[in-house]
Design a protein around this ligand. Structure first.
Ligand code: SF4
Length: 220
């Protein structure tokens, strides 16, 4: 038997997701039949979501997505996720799997817009396993320090997501049917986030990828 654990950010409120989908249903005037929050299609990893209705397919920049803002800002994670005892450096499984966020900064030549994963080998068994399957993957060696550095920020390899103060009211707001939470300031982008999102929106993806690669090379 081989055991694996995950680099986990935490799980967001399913009710918030339900309400977000219902907001999208209203916006498009028909039901969303498929929603991909990490659509990799044209522009690659971490930039767009994709909705599908009976008559429509649309991708959007996730920087404008209030549901993602709440999730990534840790506003709406389960209480247990803020105290997750698995989000720490000493991993007990044979291997640890996750997304290699920031790989473009740390290993720019290995960056791939479809995404790059981390496999941490924690035990002898994990090392053997990786050796056995190494011809089936494109692999490069990295280190724990590189994967958790300031540039890469895979913080959940080290610690649980931090509980922000807004979490005290966020769940209650979601439960309260009378409040349109997506109009609440917490879920709206601030001025800086708006400018950043607009630049991302108008900038061709290859320019963003080129910039990231260049930035990574300068730093390394
Ligand atoms: S408790 Fe830990 S492992 Fe479980 S969903 Fe939350 S962050 Fe992930």
């Amino acid at each position: 038997m081989l055991t694996a654990d995950l680099i986990c950010h935490g799980v967001p409120s399913p009710l918030l997701f339900k309400r977000y989908i219902s907001k999208l249903n209203n916006k498009y005037g028909e039901n969303i039949i498929d929603y991909n929050v990490r659509y990799k299609g044209k522009n690659g990893w971490g930039y767009e979501d994709k909705i599908k209705t009976k008559t429509n397919r649309k991708t959007s920049n996730i920087s404008f997505n209030p549901y993602m803002k709440a999730f990534l800002g840790n506003y709406v994670l389960r209480e247990s996720c803020y105290m997750c005892k698995y989000a720490e450096p000493n991993r007990i499984a044979d291997i640890t799997l996750g997304d290699f966020w920031g790989v473009d900064n740390m290993h720019p030549d290995f960056f791939d817009k479809r995404g790059v994963s981390i496999v941490l080998v924690n035990q002898q068994k994990g090392i053997k396993f990786l050796e056995n399957i190494s011809d089936k993957f494109e692999l490069i060696e990295s280190s724990y320090n590189q994967a958790t550095s300031y540039e890469t920020r895979n913080v959940n390899l080290i610690r649980p997501s931090v509980r922000p103060k807004i979490r005290d009211v966020a769940y209650n707001n979601i439960k309260n049917e009378n409040i349109n939470i997506f109009r609440g300031t917490a879920y709206k982008l601030n001025k800086y986030e708006c400018i950043k999102a607009c630049i991302k929106q108008i900038c061709p993806q290859f320019v963003i990828n080129f910039y990231k690669t260049l930035k990574g090379r300068i730093k390394s």
